[in-house]
Design a binder for this molecule. Sequence first.
Ligand code: ZN
Length: 319
Amino acid sequence: MSNELIKEISWYVSQGFGDPFKIKPNLGAPLIINAALTGMVPSKHDNPHLPLSAEEIISDSVKCFNAGARIFHLHARDKDGEPTYETSLYEEVVPEIKRCCPGAVICITTSGRKFKAFEQRSAVLSLSGAAKPESATLTLGSMNFSKQASVNAPDMIKSLALKMKENGIKPELEVFEVGMINFAAFLERKGFISKPHYFNLFLGSLGTMPGRLKDLDYMIETLPEGSVWGATGIGKFQLPINIAAIFKGGHVRVGLEDYIYLDHEKKRLATNEALVKRLADFAGEIGRPVATPEQARSILGYDAASDLSEIEKVEAIAD
Ligand code: ZN
């Protein structure tokens, strides 16, 4: 175990949040790392390594794929670096990531933090051909972030879920509170979403679920039987929550979207590659290696296609 990890976790333990290193390891399944490369909030000013242009996003994807990332969670920015719902960047980026990172799952945001209209939020769900993502985010309720509300009204969630279903795009179910897990069960009962589910549990964001181990436990025990889950720690909770999830047999999301530093003292700026590599190395060290793209696809319930032409063939048959 590196001294860096021990130091970072000792901060978390000292706050009384729990001790991830005392979790009884569940090392059964290989680990899936979801890389959240850009997000909506950080800027180049905050961290010059943040990928914004198509070239930068593709380059970071390749580096993260080689380091072990198997899902890429994407946001687009415009030429001024501002979030945009326009799909032109995805048209450039998605085919190229599929080509350079065979078998990786691409998941595009439908966030309503900045753009509220259904047409804006759902624009990415109409991407087609080689630019079509296999997955998109579905946030299961409304909440506050530290400076901003994120409103996801029931009808909006249902409409997004329905459009994903119609277009053959699998939702990544974003959960910031246990009540949102109830809403997923409701959506399933009503036929808006279907198993297997991939839940992404967010902890440590001001205004929603805190980042203690007992909060993670509570979320996990509330999930429907048989769910695949990953955990995301926001800000300085990133590393402890990721480590806890790795020990607990879950999966992880990591990246500059969630935290731009490597350390809780905010002294060392991170890169996406370094964040992915740190988790992949740690997982390998404790005997839970990262999933191959084929393993990740199988765990998440995607077709076993391993390259773009195969993916397109499967879609054609499904039509
Ligand atoms: Zn995002």
